[in-house]
Structures are given as structure tokens and as C-alpha cells.
Write a protein that binds this ligand. Structure first.
Ligand SMILES: Cc1cc2nc3c(=O)[nH]c(=O)nc-3n(C[C@H](O)[C@H](O)[C@H](O)COP(=O)(O)OP(=O)(O)OC[C@H]3O[C@@H](n4cnc5c(N)ncnc54)[C@H](O)[C@@H]3O)c2cc1C
Length: 386
């Protein structure tokens, strides 16, 4: 970005991705989700066109771009009604961590497959007992000769049934202090001792959430991502892109709903003018537009800071962007439903399905309360209550 205008390349990328999204669209996406099918055709096509690997370095076959580019891809697909949830984890968290911290072998093994989208990697940090308090995770890796042995439970992990592997956040015992320290492991699907079960969710989406069971899962030494000493740094390096991507995904979803609301407000007439002529209908749509634009500017700022290498400033901006984007998407979807009257909740218009999907943006990958805690303590210097 220069000033407040995205580069010509970024704008061209947005427009090409938007064209791809329009070819699939919201109706196609909902049909797949309701039929219990996946959206693999779109994922594969986006992958072949290089959109999913836009942030992977060129030497591994990627686009050599940055998180701002990947976020633009996620936003435009969501704005076309066919957002790919796994973009938030696979290319954004997992590929970023491996690019920044992986060993040469790990980069050679995984990055070319992120580059063309032929790989989906899920990301598992949340645990049933720890929840938002990820300091309390108990998935533990013990060294046994040349192997790691992993034990633990994870919950709400997206897309495990579509993934070739899961990046699992666990802990190892520090040889010097005996204290547990975070460590990241790549666990291929099918590894003995690793099982997963779907969680029934009231969300209309092709991408499902799973419980993971890791019982004496034996992994080779090189399943540990990068170095044991850099694990915390690695985790933070992955979480900023995750928040930027979640924000972009939410903004795209909000844009999709708003466009539907505006279109309906222009065409539906029940007195003697389109309902959009009534300010009670027009103003909430205008407010939704303003909130989405504000969230987008903050998301672009977060991406620009991250891409400039300022992880600390990017952390604050990414949290604020994610908060703003979640609120904006919930408001846009709710407004679009209201503008549609009864049609807002018919299956035909597909807006009811967006209500719970948008609501997720307030909870995952980090809840609005935890962001407010972060801003209260880190930005405002207020005392911590928990
Ligand atoms: C659709 C979906 C997909 C997901 N995908 C993934 C995934 O791929 N990988 C993954 O690892 N996780 C995933 N998650 C998990 C998600 O990140 C967690 O649900 C989220 O971090 C909240 O944790 P929790 O559900 O345990 O809530 P809890 O931690 O139990 O919190 C419950 C409520 O209490 C509030 N709360 C907790 N502590 C505080 C506090 N100190 N101050 C104020 N309020 C507080 C929370 O904000 C929340 O509102 C997904 C979740 C969903 C719904």
C-alpha cells in the first residue's frame, strides 16, 4: 500500500479473485454446505491460479507476496459469498510459521504444496479445559529416543477431514528448568494414536469442527517445527496473520450481506417507493457500510505493519482489526436480514445461514472479550483481572 491506496497489483489481484468468486457464488456455496459437501473445486481452482499460495516465497513456487495479498484473496472470496475458512489456518498460520521458522527440510516438504493449494493443514491450539487461556494447554510431547510422543485433547479444530496434516500446539519439558514450554508439531492425518470426531455445530458451512484425540502419537524428531527455543515466537508469528485473515474473512462476509441488503432495498416496494427510500431502512445500511470500511482500513494497517516486520505494532492493530471486523460483519448480516423482512429468514435468500456464521467472527479465533482484555491491558495499561 502507498498512502491509502492499494498497489495496482493488489487491486488487480482483488478483481481477478472477485471474478473467480462470482463464478461460484453464494448460492453454490450454500448448496454445498447444506448438502454436506465440500467446496474443493473452488479451493483447487484458486490454488492452481496461485491465489492460495500468494504469500509463499517464490523459491518454493509461491507468489512471493505478503499477508496483505492473502487477506485480499480471503476477503474477495467471502464477499462473493464463497469464503474459504481454511485460508485462515492453512496458508495464513501454518505456511507463515513454516516459512519463518521451519527447517530447510520442512520448507522443502511443505511449502510447494501450500504454494499450489494442494495441501490443507489444520491448526490445533484450543483445548476443552484451557479454552481462551492457552497458557493452560496440557497437550504434552515427551522425547523417547529419536521420537516425540504426543498426548492430549483438542476441540473445535476446523477442517481436519479436509487436511493432510494438523499443526498441533503442544508443550515440551524444558531440559534445564523442568518447566513446560510451548512447541509446535506437524501431525500427518492417519498417524497411529491420532483420532478425530466431528462436533455437531449449528453453523451452515462446508467446513466442520472436530475434537482431536492424541494418545501416544509417535512422531519423528523432525515433526517439531523449527527450533524448540523459538516456539513462543513462532506462535505469535502465526497468530497475527490469523487475526488479519479472520478480519478479512469477516469483512468479506459483511460485504456480501450488505450487497444483498442494498439490492433488496432498491427493488422491494411495499408502499409507493422502494423500501430503501425510508431512512429507517437506508441508515442501518449506511452504518453497516461505514463500519465495514473502518474495519477494512484497520485490517490493511495491520497487514502493512506485519509485512513491514513490526510484529508488536501489528499485534495491536490485528487485534483491533479483528474486533472491528467481527462487529461490522454481525451488524451487516443483521441489517441485511432485517431489510429482507420475512425473506431474511427464508432458505432461498440464504441470509439466515449467515447469522450464526457471522456470530463465529466474535468468538474465534480469539473472542471479543479477550481482545478487549488485550487492549485494556496492553494499549491502555489497565490492571489485569484474571
Ligand atoms: C467455528 C469455530 C471454528 C474454530 N476453529 C478452530 C481451529 O481451527 N483451531 C483452534 O485451535 N480453535 C478453533 N476454534 C476455537 C476458538 O478459537 C475458541 O472457541 C475461542 O478461542 C474461545 O474459546 P472457548 O470456546 O474455549 O471459550 P471460553 O474460553 O470458555 O470462553 C467462554 C466465554 O468467556 C469469555 N471469557 C473467557 N475468559 C475471559 C476473561 N478473562 N475475561 C473476559 N471474558 C472471558 C470468552 O470471551 C467467551 O465469551 C474454533 C471455534 C469455532 C466456534
Amino acid at each position: 500500500m502507498t498512502g491509502f491506496t492499494e498497489s495496482v497489483e493488489r487491486q488487480q489481484l482483488r478483481s481477478a479473485v472477485a471474478d473467480l468468486g462470482k463464478r461460484y457464488g453464494g448460492e453454490w456455496f450454500l448448496r454445498k454446505a447444506r448438502g454436506g459437501e465440500k467446496t474443493a473445486e473452488l479451493w483447487d481452482e484458486a490454488g492452481k491460479l496461485g491465489y492460495l499460495g500468494v504469500n509463499v516465497p517464490e523459491e518454493y513456487g509461491g507468489g512471493g507476496g505478503n499477508i496483505g495479498d492473502l487477506a485480499a484473496v480471503a476477503e474477495e472470496l467471502a464477499a462473493a459469498g464463497c469464503g474459504l475458512l481454511l485460508m485462515v489456518v492453512s496458508p495464513a498460520i501454518c505456511a507463515t510459521i513454516i516459512t519463518r521458522f521451519g527447517t530447510d527440510d520442512q520448507k522443502q516438504t511443505w511449502l510447494p504444496r501450500f504454494a499450489d493449494g494442494s495441501l490443507r493443514m489444520a491448526f490445533a491450539i484450543t483445548e476443552p479445559d484451557a479454552g481462551s487461556n492457552s497458557h493452560e494447554i496440557t497437550t504434552t510431547a515427551r522425547r523417547d529416543g529419536d521420537e516425540w510422543v504426543l498426548n492430549g485433547r483438542k476441540v473445535f479444530i476446523s477442517g481436519v477431514d479436509e487436511a493432510a496434516a494438523v499443526m498441533v500446539v503442544g508443550r515440551t519439558t524444558d531440559a534445564k528448568t523442568g518447566k513446560l514450554r510451548p512447541a509446535l508439531f506437524i501431525v500427518p492425518i492417519g498417524t497411529p494414536g491420532f483420532e478425530y470426531q466431528p462436533i455437531e455445530m449449528d453453523i451452515v458451512s462446508p467446513d466442520k469442527q472436530f475434537m482431536l484425540f492424541l494418545d501416544d502419537v509417535r512422531l519423528p524428531a523432525d515433526a517439531l517445527v523449527g527450533s524448540q527455543d523459538a516456539a513462543l515466537l513462532q506462535l505469535f508469528a502465526g497468530l497475527n496473520p490469523e487475526r488479519i485473515m479472520a478480519a478479512s474473512f469477516a469483512i468479506g462476509m459483511g460485504r456480501y450481506a450488505l450487497a444483498k441488503g442494498v439490492e433488496y432495498a432498491k427493488t422491494r416496494t411495499v408502499w409507493n417507493a422502494p423500501i430503501g427510500a425510508h431512512q429507517g431502512v437506508a441508515h442501518p445500511l449506511a452504518e453497516a457500510k461505514i463500519q465495514l470500511e473502518l474495519a477494512k482500513v484497520m485490517t490493511q494497517k495491520a497487514a502493512a505493519l506485519y509485512d513491514a516486520g513490526d510484529d508488536v505494532a501489528a499485534g495491536e492493530a490485528a487485534n483491533m482489526a479483528k474486533y472491528a471486523a467481527a462487529e461490522a460483519s454481525v451488524k451487516a448480516v443483521d441489517t441485511a436480514v432485517q431489510v429482507h423482512g420475512g425473506n431474511g429468514l427464508t432458505a432461498e435468500y440464504g441470509l439466515g445461514a449467515l447469522v450464526s456464521a457471522a456470530r463465529v467472527n466474535r468468538i474465534a479465533p480469539v473472542s471479543r472479550e479477550m481482545i478487549l482484555n488485550y487492549v485494556a491491558q496492553n494499549t491502555l495499561g489497565l490492571p489485569k483481572s484474571y
